[in-house]
Ligand binder design. Sequence first.
Ligand code: NAD
Length: 297
Amino acid sequence: MVGFIGLGRMGRPMASNLCRKGFRLVVNDVNPAAVQELESLQARAAADAAEVAGQSGIIVTMLPNSAVVREVVAGPGGILANAEPGSLVMDMSTVSPETTDELAAAARERGIGFVDAPVGRLASHADRGESLFMVGASEADFARVKPLLEGMGSTIYHCGPVGSGTRTKLVNNYLAVTSCQLNAEALGLSQRLGLDLERTLEVLYGTTAVNGQLKIAWPNKVLAGDIEPGFTIDLAHKDLTLVSEAAHAARVPMPILAAAREAFSTARARGFGTKDFSAMVDALCDLAGIEKPRLRR
Ligand code: NAD
């Protein structure tokens, strides 16, 4: 039996894809509606993390942040206190490297395996089973989780030992999240200058100015008028904070990171925290009194 805790925007499609591929799941989330949706796919509902852990050989967590993951994995009544020795925890949330390292050590002490496997690409990729996973694991644990990862995504990278998935994810999200702010500024300027959006995008897509957010994500989100998440500005701000802490600890100067994080702070303060991270351009346009960029279609 596979345990799955955290059935939000990402965990729900990931767990659903496992159910559809024939894995038997026992699931938990503090939101009962999320659990009911999985029950309709024959997953078994558990009252709490302890009940999930007691019934599962592998327990997947897909939770919002480091504090929640620590509580669910290592807190009293959590996974490690209730899982059998020989079982394995695979945390797929985006958390701090310290969180991953500490939980992996605590799991090891109890004879429980630990894998960090954060998720790349968009929520819409997770819906289609096309996520990318960056995995930190021993060779043996990687082999053990690979069939599950193949059930949830299409691209799997074994980045190195435990902790290397989380660290790779921070590097990835630095670029993915910061490019939203760059795009917001560029398109805000283009709107203010009265340029045609479609033609401007054609130009940007044809030069080295192009980036994944602008070409792959934004045309179906903010530029189409859809700012429901996806990936929220609150979570993006959390990730830039994780990157900032990691950069400070490693003594790596990242001045653009500091500016980008405060742009996300401003967007949150203006009420955009629960919106998709592509809505950074709407936050900037609101602030500057600029018409929001929308494709004609
Ligand atoms: P989300 O907020 O939609 O989902 C989190 C889920 O965890 C919610 O259903 C919530 O009810 C549940 N939860 C919270 N506390 C809990 C607890 N104590 N016990 C059980 N369930 C609990 O977030 P999400 O967008 O699904 O993201 C999850 C993680 O994946 C985050 O770390 C995020 O940074 C990362 N991530 C998100 C995306 C994305 O596009 N949304 C992409 C890659 C990675």
